[in-house]
Design a protein around this ligand. Structure first.
Ligand code: 87F
Length: 737
């Protein structure tokens, strides 16, 4: 963000407001939240990027009601260890603290180091707060708290981790500390005059505190300046510090933020798609748009708003979705005469126009598509790309003179969706029809492509293509004169794919270093990194730069999306990590030796393999490698999916298969009551008496994903795995998003 003078404003630019989250899932894993719950403390939980200093924390949660705390672990070898929690802006030099703690003139108080912090309070630097006393089971630490804090209505503090902030009433602190077996000492900071600032002539160099734990450098302006200086000299890069296997959800958050795909926003469930992510959406758009045009579909744009009357015209289908519809009720301070809905989908916006435009058989087929955003006010836990309150999609709506023609459109589109996933995103999908329970209620048949995420063991609906039959035609009174001069109702379809597809791709391919991008959607397919050592002569440097530029020009000529990273304030190593996090498929290193030999070193992001290529064959070889990467990524992903795709014929094997993170094909009677029974029974068996949060987006209950088009053989007399009745088809089940 820039101010009027065009100068970037650091504090605003860095601000990443926290997102409020449902505490349900976290309570089970976080002892401090569990303790708060046990004590009946009403709290709010926020998620944000890691904040190791008060300043960083303030950037994320500074806008929330309540105060932040400064937390210091101090130690006197002879007297003991103290955890002091104070108002965020208190002066907290060791002298003042020793006085407040009444340690006497001989005390030699020091800020504890990180090791002490971790061993006593079992939290990392930057994650310390009063809540950490819970981990001091040996009672080795004396807890002391600023009296003024206890007079605040609300305190915001880290619940043992520095990427969360919990808001609690200050009154709850003492109860919590006592419940954790500690007798709190209350400190009156106002009774001690603040020590003179040390700026003029610091007698001794003493480590300052970050305010959230051990004795690290200050996190404010000084740290920002230090960070900038480090970057300028090719300094540190925040690496992904959590593995995909150990904590999939956190890993995903890290990957999408560190790769600069997503940024957070101060409205829960809404996210910023940064250029790196938006470019992938553009790749999908470009390809799909060209394909649907081949099928005779034209693009149009319909309004964002829908009147209450129009939305409720087709009450039956909207009924189940009603809680998710967002309404505009005011302009400025004035109430609108009628609330206006923000489109959650556009049937009710478009079909009144279809009624107007479709008068004769000559007006058919009418095949329109729009690229737009939609809003669905979800209450389940939001996840960037997968479940957000506003998302981007295309919605196609077509009308035909015959059922067969409409059904052909439904299947042609579903094939295109399969190709988006498999050929562009390198994620295998299973095509099929939804069961009665899962189909779009306004339609006749819903077809789907279903993907599987190996990291979480969950399946996910990739896109849907509906045959609407004549249902909407009847609801919206769309009639035309057919060839014989009679009245007819058109056969309609609708279909959509969303930005969710990008999240699926990230989850499917990313690794512990970050994003891994399939070349067809990678915003940059190759990054060229010149290796310029300071010791190199000016002539050599120039020659190297010219060589790199020549390679870039050749690659561009071959239609390769290439980027030259010749920034001189970062080391090659830093750049390698940076572009690895961003998932660029090929890295090209160009050093003095390569220049001499007329070669380049090329490293694949997906498998880390490297090779040297001669300049003369760089373009054709790179193009081949990109194709190979695309293919290999798909095959690897498919092998993982296939490993988890199992057939089960008896109930006793069903939940165990789900527990092994499988998607399960079973012979099924295909009746809604039995589908409900499977949902209920599978939840009950998996939870074994535990409760499940209603708002969880990731239930343990099994859902039908689809009735795959590709059906295994079903010999006559095969029994349904749950009802024991005769099975009518094979159905695919899974735990899903
Ligand atoms: C949420 C609120 C209101 C889904 C909703 O799948 C209405 C709806 O109609 C709603 N969520 N749906 C179903 C959307 C059906 C269909 N629309 C065109 C698609 C593809 C694109």
């Amino acid at each position: 963000m820039a101010d009027a003078s065009g100068v970037a404003s650091l504090s605003l630019q860095d601000k990443e407001p926290a997102v409020e989250m449902a505490a349900g899932a976290e309570v089970g894993e976080n002892a401090s939240l569990a303790k708060l719950q046990e004590l009946n403390v009403a709290f709010k939980l926020y998620q944000h990027p890691e904040a190791t200093t008060i300043d960083e924390q303030a950037q994320h949660v500074g806008h929330l009601p309540g105060v932040l705390t400064k937390n210091l672990l101090l130690r006197d070898k002879k007297i003991g260890t103290f955890l002091v929690t104070a108002l965020h802006d208190r002066t907290t030099d060791t002298k003042t603290l020793a006085k407040l703690l009444k340690l006497g003139g001989k005390a030699n108080l020091r800020f504890a180091d990180e090791e002490t912090l971790e061993s006593l309070l079992k939290v990392k630097r930057g994650a310390v707060s009063a809540l950490a006393v819970l981990n001091d089971t040996e009672n080795a630490v004396t807890f002391a708290i600023d009296k003024a804090l206890l007079e605040q209505p609300t305190i915001n503090l880290h619940p043992l981790r520095n990427d969360r902030t919990v808001s609690i009433p200050a009154t709850a602190i003492l109860a919590y500390v006592k419940a954790a077996g500690h007798e709190p000492v209350v400190l009156d900071f106002d009774s001690v005059p603040a020590a003179a600032p040390a700026a003029a002539a610091p007698a001794k160099k003493e480590k300052k505190s970050s305010g959230n734990g051990g004795g690290e450098e200050d996190g404010g302006a000084a740290a920002a300046a230090k960070k900038a200086a480090a970057a300028a000299s090719g300094g540190t890069l925040l690496g992904i510090d959590v593995s995909k296997k150990d904590n999939f959800a956190l890993w995903y958050t890290r990957v999408i933020t560190y790769s600069e795909m997503i940024d957070y926003y101060d409205i829960s469930g809404c996210y910023i798609l940064r250029p790196w992510a938006y470019s992938m959406w553009e790749s999908i758009q470009r390809w799909f748009d060209a394909e649907i045009k081949e099928l005779g579909v034209e693009n149009a744009y319909f309004p964002l708003f829908v009147s209450k009357a129009a939305l409720e015209k087709e009450k039956d289908h909207v009924e189940g979705f009603a809680p998710e519809v967002a309404w505009v009720t005011k302009s400025g301070d004035t109430d609108l005469p009628e609330p206006i809905a923000v489109r959650p989908t556009s049937e009710t916006i478009m079909y009144p126009l279809y009624k107007k435009w479709i008068r004769s058989h000559r007006d058919l087929p009418l095949c329109l598509n729009q690229w737009s955003n939609v809003v669905r006010w979800e209450f389940k836990d939001p996840t960037p790309f997968l479940r957000s309150r506003e998302f981007l999609w295309q919605e196609g709506h077509t009308a035909h003179a015959s059922y067969d023609e409409s059904q052909k459109m439904v299947r042609d589109i579903l094939d295109l969706y399969k190709q988006v996933y498999e050929d562009l995103l390198a994620v295998p999908v299973i095509q099929g029809r939804k069961t009665e329970m899962e189909r779009f209620p306004g339609g006749h048949i819903t077809t789907t492509v279903e993907a599987y995420i190996y990291g979480s063991g969950r399946s996910i609906q990739g896109a849907t293509s509906h045959n609407l039959g004549q249902n909407f035609g009847k609801m919206f009174d769309i009639q035309y004169e057919d060839k014989a001069g009679g009245h007819a109702i058109p056969w309609q379809t609708s279909w959509g794919i969303t930005t969710r597809s990008i999240g699926v791709m990230v989850m499917a391919h990313g690794d512990d270093k970050g994003l891994v991008l399939p070349p067809r959607v990678a915003p940059k397919q190759v990054v060229v990194i010149p290796i310029v050592k300071a010791s190199l002569s000016a002539e050599k440097k120039e020659a190297l730069q010219a060589y790199a530029l020549r390679l870039v020009a050749c690659l561009k000529g071959g239609k390769v999306r290439v980027h030259l990273d010749d920034r001189d304030n970062y080391t090659p190593g830093w750049k390698y990590n940076h572009w690895e996090q961003k998932g660029v498929p090929l890295r090209m290193e160009v050093g003095p030796l390569d220049l001499e030999k007329g070669t380049v070193r090329v490293v694949r992001r997906d498998d880390g393999s490297m090779e040297d290529m001669a300049e003369g064959v760089v373009v054709e070889t790179v193009l081949q490698r990109l194709e190979q990467i695309q293919k290999d990524m798909f095959e690897r992903c498919k092998a993982q999916r296939d490993e988890k795709l199992v057939q089960v014929t008896e109930w006793k094997d069903f939940v165990p298969a789900l527990e092994r993170k499988c998607i399960v094909l079973t012979p099924f009677v295909n009746e809604t009551e039995w589908e409900e029974e499977v949902k209920r029974k599978s939840r009950e068996e998996a939870l074994a008496g535990e409760a499940e949060d209603d708002r969880t987006a990731t239930s343990v209950a099994a859902k039908t994903l689809c009735i795959p088009f590709d059906q295994p053989e079903l010999p006559a007399g095969t029994k349904c795995f749950v009802s024991g009745k005769e099975a009518t088809c094979w159905v695919l089940w899974g735990r899903s998003y």
